[in-house]
Design a protein around this ligand. Structure first.
Ligand SMILES: *Cc1c(COP(=O)(O)O)cnc(C)c1O
Length: 362
């Protein structure tokens, strides 16, 4: 079976975890601090803070905007549900705009139509590893006085007009969940250049403690800390991220070459002013293809090839969001057409060719 994603933890990483176990410092300590320093340096942001998940990162990012009930945050309905859940968790209202049918990222024009006097922020997701159209979002942010949260859970290492993902909005949010480009099982981080946001997130992560003197509380907070046991995994993978990304890009190129002539399949579009780190290689199975998307998925499974649908259900159709506008045409079409093929650094060229051959045989 060719999996969609397959983890490999190196001996160096295993040794590093053992070292932490022997050190006696298992919770948040020096390794977390080191990760934060290296991540900020990597993203070229002033600050980074490690947290317990990507969801925690997004939750703290939204909380750091200090929104009031009734405030609205616009985001994409074509993402993992955490992106929108955190808006509700912070007591504000998520509003969904449509996506661009080529990049499948949030469409700035659709966003502008959804802006009201209550809109305070936009959460932009870099879906599958490609940054969205930030210059258009910067223009909206300026015109309507909005904050931009970058959901970079899938895009670590990607660049937009020469700037690193994580440094594209007011706050960047990473996930180190087990399937992400660099990972530690569960984990996350926020990045920012804003000292006030940094200070707030620093406190919110650890029960509102200021850290200036013991048991000094500035506000209600959470336990969203990462552990040193996890931090060492991400620390080591961060040093190899260029190599990890390059391998993903190589596999993507093999897919592009092998599949470009297949009628009815649309391959991922990548704009020229940004880089794609191919967290997923997601194709569109259109009506001109001989099989429906779901039949195609079953066909691949019969050939021993896993594939996945990210995401089958637009969030505007999820009941708890109480969404008025469930008819976002580009999103609804994408949910019916997307199919992600196997891509991970240890995927052998031979396996990529097996996938291409199986598709071409159709
Ligand atoms: C993975 C992911 C998240 C959530 O991260 P967790 O670490 O699983 O909490 C949020 N947004 C996107 C786009 C993701 O892919």
């Amino acid at each position: 079976m060719i999996n969609i994603c397959q983890l490999k933890v190196s001996q160096e990483e295993k040794d590093a975890v053992m070292e932490v176990l022997d050190s006696g410092q298992l919770a948040q300590g020096q390794k977390v601090k080191e990760l934060e320093e290296n991540l900020a340096e990597f993203c070229k942001t002033k600050y980074a803070l490690a947290v317990s998940s990507g969801t925690a990162a997004l939750h703290l990012a939204v909380l750091s905007l200090q929104l009031n009930p009734g405030d609205e945050v616009i985001t994409t309905p074509f993402t993992f549900i955490a992106t929108a859940n955190v808006v509700l968790m912070a007591g504000a209202r998520p509003v969904f705009a449509d996506i661009n049918s080529q990049t499948l990222n949030l469409d700035p024009e659709s966003v502008e139509k959804k802006i009201t006097p209550r809109t305070k922020a936009i959460i932009v997701v870099n879906l599958y590893g490609q940054p969205a159209d930030y210059s258009d979002f910067y223009a909206l942010a300026e015109k309507y006085n909005l904050k931009i949260i970058e959901d970079a859970a899938q895009s670590i290492g990607a660049e937009y007009q020469g700037k690193m993902s994580g440094n594209l909005g007011d706050i960047g949010c990473f996930s180190f969940y087990a399937t992400k480009n660099i990972m530690c099982g569960e984990g996350g981080a926020i990045t920012t250049n804003d000292p006030q946001i940094y200070e707030l997130v620093y406190q919110l992560r650890h029960h509102g403690q200021t850290g200036k003197k013991p048991y000094d509380y500035a506000r209600l907070g959470y336990n969203y800390r990462l552990t040193d046991l996890q931090a060492v995994l991400v620390l080591i993978q961060l040093t190899r991220l260029k190599e990890i990304t390059l391998r993903r890009q190589q596999i993507a190129q093999e897919y592009y070459q092998g599949l470009e002539s297949v009628a009815g399949l649309v391959l991922p579009y990548c704009a020229s002013d940004r880089t794609h780190v191919y967290h997923q290689f997601t194709i569109l199975v259109t009506k001109d293809f001989p099989l429906s998307r779901d039949e195609f998925k079953n066909y691949l499974a019969e050939k021993g090839i896993a594939s996945a649908i990210y995401y089958p259900l637009p969030l505007c159709k999820v009941a708890h969001f109480n969404c008025e506008d469930t008819d976002l045409p580009n999103t609804c079409l994408a949910a019916e057409q997307v199919l992600s093929l196997p891509i991970f650094p240890n995927l052998a060229d031979q396996d990529v060719q097996t996938v291409i051959k199986a598709i071409k045989e159709l």
